[in-house]
Design a protein around this ligand. Sequence first.
Ligand SMILES: [Zn+2]
Length: 421
Amino acid sequence: MLKSRIGLVTAMVLASAGAPRSDAQQASGAQQAPGAPARPSDPRDEMVRTLIGRLDLEKYKATIKGLTQFGDRRQGTKRNRDAVDWIEAQLKSYGCTNTERITYEYQPPAPPAQPLDSAALAARRAAAARSTQASGGGRIRGNRAPTGVNTDSLKQPDPRIRALDAEPTTPGQRQEVYCTKVGTTHPEEMYIIGAHMDGHGYNQAANDDGSGTALVMELARVFMSPDITTERSIRFALWNGEEGGLNGAKAYVEQRQALQGKENPVGSGKYPEPKWLGMIQHDMMMFDHGMPLADGTLPKEQRPEADVNIEFQKTSKMAAESQALAWLLHAANEKYATDYPAAVGPHMTNTDSGRFQDVVAAVSLRENERGAQIGAGWDPQWHQPTDLFTTYSDKDFRLGLNAAQTTGGAVGQLVGATVKR
Ligand SMILES: [Zn+2]
């Protein structure tokens, strides 16, 4: 089912993206005079274009700013729980009123019986810094800069943010929120659009992953508009506990996988867990200033050739379906994204879509490739005190908005979105 649908939609996307026109089309359009208004295009495409045109840079920024009022939103703290409440209230205000929560228990893994001494740890870090093997596959090339997670609150220079992020994480119950645009003709099937709302590093987690969370929320705002209908369903999911184990996504898959496509109550037309058609994750969307310079610093400006990196995992069970979904997003980027192109790569790793990759077509969108680029220090704010709203310029925010245009365009086509006139 999924394969054939993606095949069909890919064919549609490719056809409308510039494949040779049929003889009949050429005959009917051949005489169009220069300067005449363009012939009316596919009405479905116009609908998706209208929808994507409602994505708004200022609203996207405002949502990221709103998320930063909860500091780094570290899982297992009040600031994290408050952020879940705030996200839920925002989703409801967009008309996504059927919000639900997943509840799960988190216990940190037991420390190793024989912890490494500091010399062994240093040796392991040095070996990792020399290795050109990227996480998730692929090779690291060129200049590198250090990476890591800041665990020292005193490295946060802003006393207000330091105070906000002071409460330590404790084991126990966690919650995460999602809401659903219900399809009109196929409510029993859905695409999942996700991002993780937690962060760490004594910062504001503005980019990792306020930028992905706000992207999903901005898409929810646009798709939930009362004049938009979709044939299939869309779920907007804000995972918790991504940092340290993809735990919220793991809980979701464990609790919901077996419920897919079941009508409940029977005869109600309600599907609490529509069948999963694809999972599209968003994680760190804004900063693509290029490779570190030889001295380990980063260029100050977004590079003009910045791109949205769409990754699938070629070793996963659903690699073929995931790759097809990735190319579909790539085509949607060419059609709908206003500023920045997309690139497809085979090494998706270290984000919530990994929990789905053997079950359903799964991709992640990012500012850079996670393994070979972010893993080589291309984002100096990553898990550092500098991941603050004020760190980023409009050129950075705009890369995130272009990823929203990419996902929104692809999903708008996949679910058959229409705008009431
Ligand atoms: Zn992240």
